[in-house]
Design a protein around this ligand. Structure first.
Ligand SMILES: Cc1cc2nc3c(=O)[nH]c(=O)nc-3n(C[C@H](O)[C@H](O)[C@H](O)COP(=O)(O)O)c2cc1C
Length: 182
């Protein structure tokens, strides 16, 4: 089973991308997480959204289509998801209700430097994914607050509680996504 990891942050030292790399190491046997880089995706323009799409958009659509599930890790920017992530979802959302996102099971993680942990961004992302008919793993928000304290200098997740919560989430998410895929 291939899970596509999508980070809402382009930052080289991103905690959300680091969280996906931690998930990559901790998903069970037989599940591969491939992280897709959103950099290079142009701003959505319906005039460019024809038969031949910009190459980074084509690559995103192909990566989603060839995955059995998606795992998002998003920062919170001004109480919502970053424009980078919303823009990528907008590209992937066409044709409406019949896009590569329709019926593709998804999980949501967030890491933030605040105590709120990205909860408001997660709520917004769930709303956006409702519009694309993307089912989201029904589980309480998987938040990583004060992310700057949870990783070491190499970007490896070290916080024991966070690792335990991530493992519990990933076990449930993988079972749910596999059942959904059948
Ligand atoms: C434009 C901008 C807006 C932000 N707004 C919020 C916010 O509303 N809530 C929050 O918890 N953190 C906010 N932050 C801080 C992010 O949590 C922090 O930069 C985080 O490390 C970003 O994720 P990353 O490490 O994956 O890049 C904001 C950061 C930026 C750059």
């Amino acid at each position: 089973m291939k899970v596509l990891g999508i980070s809402g942050s382009l930052r080289a030292g991103s905690y959300n991308s680091a969280l996906l790399r931690a998930a990559e190491q901790r998903l069970g046997e037989g599940i591969r997480l491939e992280i897709h880089d959103l950099s290079g995706i142009p701003l959505y323009d319906a005039a460019l959204d024809g038969e031949v799409k910009p190459e980074p958009v084509r690559a995103l659509l192909e990566a989603i289509a060839s995955s059995q599930a998606l795992l998002f890790a998003t920062p919170e920017y001004n109480y919502s998801i970053p424009g980078v992530l919303k823009n990528a979802i907008d590209w992937a959302s066409r044709p409406a209700y019949a896009s590569v996102l329709a019926n593709k099971p998804a999980g949501i993680l967030s890491a933030s430097m605040s105590a709120v942990g990205g909860a408001r961004a997660q709520a917004h992302l769930r709303d956006v994914l409702a519009a694309t008919l993307t089912p989201v793993y029904p589980y309480p928000d998987q938040l990583l607050p004060m992310a700057q304290n949870a990783f070491d200098a190499q970007g490896i997740l070290q916080d024991r509680g966070a690792l335990e919560r991530l493992d519990r989430y990933l076990r449930g998410f993988a079972d749910w996504a596999i059942a959904h895929d059948r």
